[in-house]
Design a protein around this ligand. Structure first.
Ligand code: NZQ
Ligand code: ZN
Length: 400
């Protein structure tokens, strides 16, 4: 087991009464004015926004609000939020929505105390030193942003999508009522399930040796998602399925599933597939992150598995109960291929795409993604197997 540092300071308030505790919890923590951030209107239509405001009002917490965050959120609204947060003198940011809303809130939180342009953090021109606290109200199990150290923001003007990882990004609280996720469109439920599975996979396939305790946690999360996502799709108001998915999404990305499998001194995972997917979403901001990953992850697996077949065999056994019939190269290849096929079929069974073509991406788009990939990942990247930009081209092409 490699040395690691695990930091997950987010208080999780989980269950059917979570929204009603927002005001009391924020008040107890000493906050007096919140900037509520939300998306394209789902929280208005479902009444969630009104419930949040009622809880704040009852606790005497003032609030300003900023709506209109779109999926794959653009930095321009983040800049507007920073201005608003400053003029309104808010002392906590309260995103109510999905990963796009939470990531925008985190960026606003980093930008308020910073004199320069917040985009500096995303292109590594500056390192954040302070932030306004974020308390999150997630409405979709997917990004795990409610407890993660990441914020991922697009920059339409520069055709980029970039992330910043810092413990300053970890929300201080998250209020999670699984009932809020009943209204999710099936496509978003499915994309969220894929996203959380891949948050474990990025860590499991880091290239580092097995860590049984962490591997079992990670595979347990994946088995839970595989069991619960179809139930949630069939019965959108299945509380138990929704609740388990919601919690799985948090645990998949708060760092727990990577303890000890992290690259020594480095990140807890490989993250190549996330890098390849972020370029898809930068290319076309209508591409949903989880849908892109459903295509990219199997393609990456088929490209790299020979670097550590033992990790694939461990995953095969623990998640799909697939074993190689003997230790010959052919038997190992058969077992690994069956495992990748099974994972991909699961994604497809949820309604996710199998090919980049289904996402509208064509051969000529591949070169358009390379500059962003180079900026975000460099010319050599990956820890499970070191890859070059040519490998990235091969993976993209194999997924067309
Ligand atoms: O905008 P509204 O109207 O709210 O609708 C949203 C949006 O259209 C809708 N939605 C969310 N909750 C709903 C709902 N509709 C009905 N009922 C509800 N309860 O779902 C759509 C997608 O929302 P979005 O926030 O984009 O989804 P998600 O949570 O999947 O977030 C994706 C973003 O997170 C980033 C991705 O790159 C992407 O930009 N990620 C952030 C990470 C992090 N911060 O740790 C890690 C991830 O790997 C990921 O990169
Ligand atoms: Zn993700």
């Amino acid at each position: 087991m490699n040395d690691f540092s695990f930091y997950s300071p987010t208080r999780i308030i989980f269950g059917k009464t979570a929204l009603e505790t927002i005001g009391p919890e924020l008040s107890h923590a000493g906050y007096t004015k919140a900037l509520i951030v939300y998306g394209g209107g789902s929280v208005v239509r479902t009444g969630t926004l009104d419930r949040v405001k009622a809880s704040l009002d009852a606790a005497g917490i003032a609030h300003a609000e900023l709506g209109g965050v779109r999926p794959n959120p653009d930095v321009s609204l983040v800049r507007a939020g920073i201005e608003l947060g400053r003029t309104e003198h808010v002392d906590v940011i309260l995103p109510v929505g999905g990963g796009s809303v939470m990531d925008s809130a985190k960026a606003i939180a980093l930008g308020i105390p910073y004199e320069g342009d917040v985009w500096d953090f995303f292109v590594k021109r500056a390192t954040p030193a302070a932030r306004i606290p974020v308390a999150a109200v997630p409405t979709i199990p997917a990004s795990g942003s409610e407890a993660s150290n990441s914020s991922v923001i697009s920059n339409d003007a520069e055709h980029l999508k970039c992330g910043i990882n810092t413990d300053l990004n970890r929300p201080v609280m998250a209020f999670m009522n699984p009932e809020l996720t009943y209204t999710l469109p099936a496509y978003q439920t499915a994309a969220g399930a894929v996203d959380m599975i891949t948050h474990v996979l990025e860590r499991f396939f880091s290239g580092e040796p097995a860590v049984p305790v962490t591997d079992h946690i990670g595979c347990g999360i994946i088995r839970t998602v595989i069991a619960c996502a179809p139930r949630a799709l069939e019965h959108p108001d299945d509380y138990d399925a929704r609740a388990n998915l919601f919690w799985a999404g948090t645990l998949a990305h708060n760092g727990l599933a990577g303890c000890g499998t992290n690259v020594p001194g480095g990140r807890d995972g490989d993250w190549t597939c996330h890098g390849l997917e972020h370029e898809l979403s930068a290319l076309d901001t209508s591409i949903t992150h989880g849908a892109g990953l459903a295509v990219i992850f199997p393609a990456w697996m088929r490209h790299v598995w020979r670097a550590h077949p033992e990790r694939f065999l461990a995953f095969a056994k623990e998640v799909f109960d697939i074993e190689a019939v003997d230790s010959t190269d052919e038997a190992v290849e058969d077992a690994v291929t069956a495992t990748i096929d099974e994972l991909q079929e699961f994604f497809v069974s949820l309604g996710m795409p199998r090919t980049l073509g289904e996402l509208g991406v064509t051969e000529k788009d591949i070169e358009r993604m390379i500059p962003g990939l180079t900026l975000n990942r460099g010319e050599v990247f990956g820890s499970f197997m070191q890859l070059t930009l040519d490998d990235a081209r091969v993976i993209y092409r194999s997924a067309l």
